[in-house]
Design a binder for this molecule. Structure first.
Ligand code: NI
Length: 146
């Protein structure tokens, strides 16, 4: 048996316990939705959700392929996100064709950033938005023109 391979497999199976901070209401909603499924543990559901998010992020773009589409960004403008988003877009003028801003309510905004460019550039733009201060959700709708 190849000991190096075994060691690698063991390493991949190692379970790490970690703690995360969540709003109480989010956890309550998550738990109540879990009850509608066959999940027997919160850990398994969180692990699957992480896997789905990672696959979506990785699959967002295929490096050299041309993509056209939009990044939809929901954010809270009272937390400085508007200025940061504008500043960022000024660094991606070759990739961003246009953007549409919608004031949803007193705090929330939706920005639809229309993109055209190589997947790797779109992913770079997206990765600089996701998780930013005041950013609540980012969705991408991208197609590969023939
Ligand atoms: Ni607005």
């Amino acid at each position: 048996m190849d000991t190096e391979q075994t060691s690698q497999e063991d390493h991949e199976k190692t379970i790490i316990r970690t703690g995360i901070s969540l709003p109480k209401t989010l956890l309550a909603k998550f738990d109540s939705m879990l009850e509608e499924t066959r999940y027997t543990s919160r850990s398994n559901a969180i692990r699957d959700a992480m896997g789905k998010w990672m696959a979506e992020f990785e699959g967002l773009t295929a490096g050299k392929e041309m993509k056209v589409g939009a990044l939809m960004v929901l954010y809270n403008h009272t937390k400085g996100a508007a200025d940061a988003l504008t500043e960022l877009q000024h660094h991606f003028t070759e990739t961003i064709i246009s953007s549409i801003h919608v004031h949803l309510d007193i705090k929330k905004c939706l920005e639809i950033i229309v993109v055209r460019g190589r997947g790797e550039k779109v992913k770079k733009l997206s990765s600089k938005i996701i998780g930013g201060k005041g950013i609540e959700e980012v969705k991408s709708l991208l197609i590969t023109p023939q």
